[in-house]
Ligand binder design. Structure first.
Ligand code: NBP
Length: 487
């Protein structure tokens, strides 16, 4: 009997997704390459192990694997992002029939997905680039899945993908069609960037309360648990509370023994690079990425701390007030980060003609993924309002929230900076908020400088927009404008 779907790549994500599919009533064919020198017997081990007695058929030959699946075939690839996906596609193509669907569930670069959609379609196949979030646990029990690519594939893959997706509290699956081309992977990339920002903001909150207020790990854990009951309620706040009270085998807190050098796999960096390409500010996520880089250079930090450290009395800040102000700084900065992230999504949508539905994207992130939170309901509601806001911070609900939190947020930021406490994400968010809400900025000076040294021209406040002027600043520069030289 032919199976409903095929899955390639039996590492942690693939294995768990296959089991998830089977548990929802689908018959699954699985395949993993068998390459001498690389771990062999992966398929046999899975079929005889976790997949034993289940409706999962294992294959070690790609032709047999493809032939075992019902037409039009749906084949999900869960292999390492990059060239493995291209190699695998080349191996699959000769065995596919017109209309067959390839789904790439890995963390692929959206530009690669754009190219692969075109390539697959040029051969008569269909291609879906689906961002999958939620790690091992999400893969097994319900992930957030963000599919995009060949539109006609959606009706075919929807029942399977929605069945293995997490369900929000209102029952909606955290998986819906995102748009054409590489849009699914673009949305997943921004999701991961936002994850970087959230983690940095939580780390700053922890650090300020630990070092400026001297809270113990137990007390900190209680603060985060309490926050998890309110508007900050989210997976990352919940696990932070658990991490803080977790003890090592010797009874000491494990968090105090973990080396303070953060790793990264690159999706935060990609988000920032693509925001820059689109000419959009994504400063909070950028500060989170840069702070991870700075943290990883521990030797330099240790040396610098000896050169510049100054011991001084801490100034006073009422305990209850500081806890409340850190919560305000955390929430307001998080709001700025999401506003920036969604603005990048909107710009990408306009630029690439994706017609993204921002409310639907917010809803897809409500469960299953790392950034799941109650806050995403409010974001979806804001984007769904009849009078759709130009910017998330303009939505009446969020405007009121910011107004309420601004005092505590700026008080906390200025205090922490005076106390020499690094809070790059809190302060980046506040600076963004100040710039965004300034009808005038010193960019007139930048334009003057650009025109002075490079004849780049400027617009004038006393002339219509779109008219460009050049000044002969030094009296000997001439009147020639630059057409090509851009800095
Ligand atoms: P890995 O990213 O470690 O990929 C390992 C799998 O890729 C193995 O099945 C491996 O086969 C296969 N593979 C490689 Br490597 N090169 C191949 C090639 N040339 N042809 C065919 N197969 C090849 O596994 P993962 O952590 O399960 O992640 C899978 C995808 O999901 C990645 O894109 C990842 O970024 C994404 N993702 C991961 C997570 C997570 O929490 N881990 C979460 C969300 C998304 P082998 O066994 O023969 O080496």
């Amino acid at each position: 009997k032919k199976t409903d779907i095929g899955l390639i790549g039996l590492a942690v994500m693939g294995e768990n997704l296959a089991l998830n599919m089977e548990s929802r009533g689908w018959n699954v064919s699985v395949y993993n390459r068998t390459v001498p020198g690389i771990e062999e017997g992966v398929v046999d081990r899975f079929v005889a192990g976790r997949a034993k007695g289940k409706n999962i058929q294992g294959y070690t030959e790609i032709a047999d694997f493809v032939a075992s699946i019902k037409a039009p075939r749906k084949i999900m690839m869960m292999v390492r992002a990059g060239s493995p996906v291209d190699q695998l596609m080349e191996q699959l193509f000769p065995h596919l029939s017109t209309g067959d669907i390839l789904i790439d569930g890995g963390n692929s670069n959206f530009e690669d997905t754009e190219r692969r959609v075109k390539l697959a379609e040029s051969k008569g196949f269909r291609f879906v680039g689906a961002g999958v979030s939620g790690g091992e646990e999400g893969a097994l029990n319900g992930a957030a899945i963000m599919p995009g690519g060949t539109k006609s594939a959606w009706e075919e893959v929807k029942p399977v993908l929605q069945s293995i997706a997490a369900k929000a509290k209102d029952g909606m699956p955290c998986c819906d069609w995102v748009g054409p081309g590489g849009s699914g992977h673009f949305v997943k990339m921004i999701h991961n960037g936002i994850e970087y920002g959230d983690m940095q903001l939580i780390s700053e909150s922890y650090w300020v309360l630990r070092n400026l207020l001297g809270l113990s790990n137990e007390e900190l854990s209680k603060v985060f648990s309490k926050w998890n009951e309110g508007r900050l309620s989210s997976y990352l706040i919940e696990i932070t509370a658990n991490i803080l009270k977790h003890k090592d085998k010797d009874g000491e807190y494990l968090i105090d023994k973990i080396l303070d050098t953060a790793g990264q796999k690159g999706t935060g960096k990609w988000s920032v690079i693509n925001a820059m390409e689109l000419g959009m500010p994504l400063g909070l996520i950028a500060s989170a990425v840069f702070e991870r880089s700075l943290s990883s250079n521990k030797e330099v930090r240790v040396e610098a701390s000896k050169l510049f450290h100054e011991d001084k009395e801490k100034s006073l800040y009422n305990k209850a007030d500081m806890i409340e102000d850190v919560e305000s700084a955390l929430y307001a900065s998080k709001l700025v980060s999401y506003a920036q992230g969604f603005a990048v999504l909107q710009k990408a949508s306009d630029e690439f003609n994706w017609d993204l539905n921002l409310a639907s994207i917010a809803r897809m992130w409500r469960e299953g993924c790392i950034i799941r939170s109650v806050f995403l309901n409010d974001i979806a509601a804001a984007f769904e309002a009849e009078d759709k806001p130009k910017h998330l911070l303009f939505a009446p609900y969020f405007k009121a929230e910011i107004e309420q939190m601004l005092f505590g947020w700026k008080h906390l930021v200025s205090h922490a900076l005076k106390e020499e406490m690094p809070i790059p994400a809190f302060s980046s968010a506040l600076n963004y908020f100040y710039s965004l809400t300034s009808s005038s900025l010193p960019a007139n000076m930048i334009q003057a400088q650009r025109d002075y040294f490079g004849a780049h021209t400027f617009e004038r406040v006393d002339q219509p927009r779109g008219e460009f002027f050049h000044e002969n600043w030094t009296g000997h520069g001439g009147d020639t404008k630059s057409g090509t030289y851009n800095v």
